[in-house]
Design a protein around this ligand. Structure first.
Ligand code: SF4
Length: 430
């Protein structure tokens, strides 16, 4: 009898045994995850992972996939970091550099409420005041000492305007998160990767001190201590190895086990973009992305909310819907995905039809999940709780409104263009 080589791909049978055990126990250990990860390129192994992951999802999440109707507010697109794959961040002398005023935020919020949106997604660069004197002067002229302070006021405007803010502003200190908590339903930071290797010379995070994994892990921990519902995720395809992806997933699971505040994990494929140092990098295939969503489900367990953005794999929505994910994330009927502006959102009606084609239902949630709406009000500040009460239905999902029902059937006129909204110059969408 010959002994299989240790680097030989798993057989389908061996993969099925590992998968079955993880589905039954609700967890997959490092050794098993690394073995499956190393063979995920083989269709037979990937098939076993996906079947198990879909079953695991259905056991707890049922036949539902959710989304959040949001508006994307890139409060400032200045950033002190320079990640090799990013087109969002602009230098302060770029004609595309943009920092919103609070009046512009209010205008976007009004337009978004008119379209039935409930989530104000504040996504912005990391601590631009540390890099740009012109931006420091702009903040000072408006009476703010930091981006975080400015952000608190912007979230307050959104909350007062009837929306639930969700902030993703890069690495924030404990005090900054504590100041943002009273005006945010949830916050987030993509962990991206736990690999410090990617901070090395010639690697994508060399010029990005805020991408130091230890800094990002610390913020996740502090958010847990502050009882902030928190979104995290893994970025796939920026040079990390399969074992490093497994390590990232295990770190997320560890955070959830210690603090219980991880409301969702996003599995996000990297898309190479023209004009960036990584423009020639190869894009990930839909098969690879599907396999990793499935493996994430097995590692993170059936209770985790697992999300993949539908605009980043528009040809594979039905396949992705069978990977074990239970959420499509924020989908906007009014603004584009400013991080991936080349990738338009699917029309909500299309997303519903393609979800239903897999035997599942599409339901609209708030920026937080129904189970947290119902059972974890102590994670929400009083004002936020009141707003949640006004926007939720009896099951903790988003309450249907006249605007949301009407716009569900309406595709945007053009991707990312506001429909029935103020003129682009008025609300700062360049
Ligand atoms: S930290 Fe974010 S916004 Fe800044 S350069 Fe990196 S990816 Fe872009």
């Amino acid at each position: 009898m010959t002994t299989p080589r240790s680097d030989a791909p798993l057989t389908r049978r061996a993969a099925e045994i590992l998968v079955r055990e993880s589905v039954e126990t609700g967890r997959l250990g490092r050794a098993g995850a690394e073995r499956l990860a190393a063979s995920l390129g083989h269709a037979a192994v990937r098939g076993a992972v996906l079947e198990g992951a879909f079953e695991s999802k259905r056991r707890v999440k049922g036949d539902v996939i959710t989304f959040s109707r949001n508006v994307f507010i890139p409060l400032t697109n200045l950033c002190r970091d320079r990640c090799s794959y990013c087109t969002f961040a602009k230098p302060d002398d770029s004609p595309e550099a943009k920092t919103y005023t609070l009046d512009e935020v209010a205008a976007v919020v009004r337009a978004a409420r008119g379209m039935g949106c409930t989530e104000a997604l504040f996504c912005l660069g990391d601590k631009p005041e540390k890099a740009y004197a012109s931006y420091r002067r702009l903040l000072a002229a408006r009476g703010f000492g930091s981006t975080a302070e400015f952000l608190v006021h912007a979230c307050d405007v959104a909350l007062a305007g009837g929306m639930l803010p969700h902030t993703n502003a890069g690495v924030l200190s404990r005090d900054e998160m504590a100041a943002l908590r009273p005006v945010n339903a949830s916050m987030g930071l993509m962990l991206e990767t736990t690999s410090p290797r990617l901070r090395g010379k010639g690697m994508p995070h060399y010029y990005a001190p805020d991408k130091e994994p230890a800094r990002r892990l610390r913020m996740h921990e502090e958010a847990g201590e502050l009882r902030i519902l928190f979104t995290t995720g893994m970025l796939i395809g920026i040079g990390e190895r399969p074992d490093e992806r497994v390590d990232t997933l295990l770190a997320i699971r560890d955070l959830q086990e210690r603090f219980g505040h991880i409301q969702e994990t996003i599995i996000q494929p990297f898309h190479p973009k023209p004009g960036t140092p990584m423009r020639a990098a190869s894009a990930r295939t839909n098969e690879e992305i599907a396999g990793w969503i499935g493996l994430a489900r097995l590692v993170l367990g059936p209770d985790m909310n697992l999300q993949a953005p539908p605009n980043l794999a528009p040809d594979a929505l039905e396949a992705l819907a069978r990977t074990g994910l239970n959420d499509w994330g924020g989908v906007s009927p009014i603004t584009l995905d400013f991080i991936n502006p080349e990738a338009p959102w699917p029309a909500l009606d299309t997303l519903r039809q393609r979800t239903e084609a897999t035997g599942q239902r599409l339901l609209e949630r708030l920026p937080i999940y129904p189970e947290d709406v119902i059972s974890r009000p102590h994670f929400l500040a009083a004002r936020v709780r009141q707003r949640v009460q006004a926007l939720r239905d009896s099951n903790g999902f988003a309450r249907a409104s006249a605007a949301s029902t009407a716009t569900f059937r309406q595709a945007p006129d053009a991707p990312g263009r506001p429909a029935q909204a103020p003129a682009e110059t008025e609300i700062g969408l360049a």
